[in-house]
Design a protein around this ligand. Structure first.
Ligand code: Y12
Ligand code: CO
Length: 179
């Protein structure tokens, strides 16, 4: 049975760490990928980077919801992307992003509309992918995590200040509700 892993949330400094490449493509890695998937699904996420569950390795997973009414997320449709590199980028697109490490906050972020990446799969096989729109956005968001960056780091000075104020207020409310 897969484990649900605790998710690190902002402003935890571990989210600023630069992740390292994976070198061992073994059973331990497969178990970790399965735990990441379960964690992402249980928390209503569509993307997760290993650093968000306190593992500073170049691993990200993405599972976009199906087009059906329920927006089902299938393990079989999950992209497991290890040691990615963006080899080409093109165009721009703006999307309102959210992040499991920055709960309850969504903001418009500009990204490349299309990217090409090279990466390895869970068995270490070399792969390439061309991604557009939502998939491209999700991959760029997760690759930023591997570099120690969050989507809020891309906000303008004014929007970032507003975020910090709102986030602090939300954290205070959460603390008061627990007491
Ligand atoms: C487009 C933009 C960003 C991404 C990165 C992946 N982001 C997520 O998976 C965000 C998930 C998320 C889920 C939430 O729901 C719950 O926690 C129940 C959420 O709501 C709250 O925090 C209350 C916020 C974000 C991919 C594609
Ligand atoms: Co995120």
């Amino acid at each position: 049975m897969p484990n649900i892993l605790p998710i690190i949330t902002y402003p935890d400094r571990r989210l600023k760490l630069r992740s390292k490449n994976v070198t061992e493509f073994d059973k331990k890695l497969h178990t970790f990928l399965d735990d990441m998937f379960e964690t992402m699904i249980q928390t209503n996420g569509i993307g997760l980077a290993a650093i968000q569950v306190n593992k500073p390795l170049n691993i990200l997973i993405i599972c976009l919801p199906n087009d059906d009414e329920e927006g089902t997320q299938e393990h079989a449709n999950t992209l497991e992307i290890i040691n990615p590199t963006i080899t080409h980028s093109e165009g721009t697109i703006v999307y309102q992003e959210g992040c499991l490490s920055v709960p309850k906050f969504y903001e418009d972020v500009e990204r490349f509309e299309t990217i090409n990446i090279t990466y390895q799969d869970r068995d270490g096989k070399a792969c390439t992918l061309e991604a557009h729109e939502l998939l491209s956005i999700a991959i760029q968001h997760e690759i930023d995590h591997l570099l120690g960056k969050l989507f809020i780091d891309k906000l303008s000075y004014g929007r970032r200040k507003k975020f910090e104020k709102e986030y602090k207020r939300m954290q205070k409310e959460k603390k008061a509700a627990k007491e």
